[in-house]
Design a binder for this molecule. Structure first.
Ligand SMILES: Cc1cc2nc3c(=O)[nH]c(=O)nc-3n(C[C@H](O)[C@H](O)[C@H](O)COP(=O)(O)O)c2cc1C
Length: 350
């Protein structure tokens, strides 16, 4: 079957599931507790309806945008997810190259199998670095300095995962990480990488720590895992950008979904910072709804991993291409020709 035979992201996901090891799927899929939030992420989009306008010249559609100074051909990026090496031997380098080829960008997880340096060579100028804050600040400091020195465009500080959510699926069927898959950014191979990683995390992380991080780097800082207007405003007041996310339903089960909170968060920050969103995005109409409700861009978590599993770099590029084509068509059918024209009047629901 050639890539072009896959009509949508769901078909790519099915193909990825058919070939990935059960232990890998357990990790990639695993949401917290009853996985209600995992399901809600997808269902939230289905509850929103579009209000198309007609009799507009839609012969040309422009999907271009700029995120933190980087021009993008489409408002869709790749979210940080750990261990792409379980999906494909080229790991994060393949994902990053695909994103760069498509005029998108990738956020490199701290828990990657490819090194920061390799990814920076694979996708110069088209990657951000995701960071956790460790009890040992020197580990965090070294990572920030490596990311800045190798050309990361921004730092994405994950703020919703000081403890890992209770992923029961993963407890039942733990992931198996082959010896050759090291976590080079946090010091090599470990028999239980998640356990090791959790032991490094700083559970005291609070707003006052941002000053320390700001003192280390001139890079823009994005806080990933914000779900309330109050925290979004605090993030903006601390000079950060906001990534609205419930971590793909992997942390706090029954947490609200990003898309349902986006209108309130967008109203609260009033354009003071850039706003991104992830969770359950699998259709161009999902992207359109998020942009209309105030996001500057959306990011793909699992969807990128499915594409990577099916066909490596080409599979991730094809995933982005499918969504780009779907978004372009959805915009045209809504009578919109460029992203600044999108607003909340396009969406009904909640
Ligand atoms: C397998 C996997 C690993 C992840 N690893 C990280 C990570 O290392 N850092 C992080 O901030 N988020 C991580 N996430 C969360 C994603 O960045 C993103 O928030 C989430 O996957 C979005 O939901 P979606 O999968 O429905 O698109 C991970 C998600 C998955 C599925």
């Amino acid at each position: 079957m050639s890539l072009q035979d896959f009509l949508n992201l769901a078909e790519l996901e099915d193909a990825a599931r058919a070939q990935l090891a059960a232990t890998t799927l357990s990790y990639y899929d695993g949401g917290a507790n009853d996985e209600l939030t995992v399901r809600a992420n997808k269902a939230s989009y289905a509850r929103l309806s579009l209000l198309p306008r007609v009799m507009v010249d839609i012969s040309k559609i422009d999907l271009g945008t700029t995120l933190l100074g980087t021009p993008l051909k489409l408002p869709i990026g790749i979210a940080p997810s750990a261990m792409h090496g379980l999906a494909h031997p080229d790991a994060e380098c393949a994902t990053a190259r695909a994103a760069a080829t498509m005029g998108s960008l990738m956020t490199l997880s701290t828990l990657s199998n490819s090194t920061i340096e390799a990814v920076s060579e694979a996708a110069p100028g088209r990657w951000w670095f995701q960071l956790y804050l460790y009890r040992d600040r020197e580990v965090s400091r070294a990572l920030v300095q490596r990311a800045e020195a190798t050309g990361a465009g921004a730092l994405v500080l994950t703020v919703d995962a000081a403890y890992l959510g209770r992923r029961e699926r993963l407890k039942r069927l733990p992931m198996v990480v082959p010896d050759i898959l090291a976590l080079p950014n946090i010091g090599g191979a470990h028999s239980n990488p998640l356990e090791y990683f959790v032991s490094l995390l700083d559970t005291t992380l609070s707003w006052t720590d941002l000053a320390w991080l700001r003192g280390l780097t001139d890079l823009p800082i994005i806080l990933k895992g914000i779900l309330t207007p109050e925290d979004a405003v605090l993030a903006a007041e601390h000079g950060c950008h906001v990534w609205v996310s419930n971590h793909g339903g992997r942390q706090l089960d029954t947490a609200v979904t990003a898309i349902e909170m986006l209108p309130e968060i967008s109203a609260a920050v009033k354009g003071r910072c850039e706003l991104y969103l992830d969770g359950g995005v699998t259709r161009g109409t999902d992207v359109l709804k998020a942009l209309a409700l105030g996001a500057d861009a959306v990011f793909l978590g699992r969807a990128a991993l499915w594409g990577l599993a099916v066909a490596g770099e080409a599979g991730v590029a094809y995933t982005l291409k499918l969504l780009e084509d779907e978004l372009r068509l959805a915009m045209a059918l809504c009578g919109k020709t460029s992203l600044p024209e999108l607003g909340p009047e396009l969406v009904r629901g909640f």
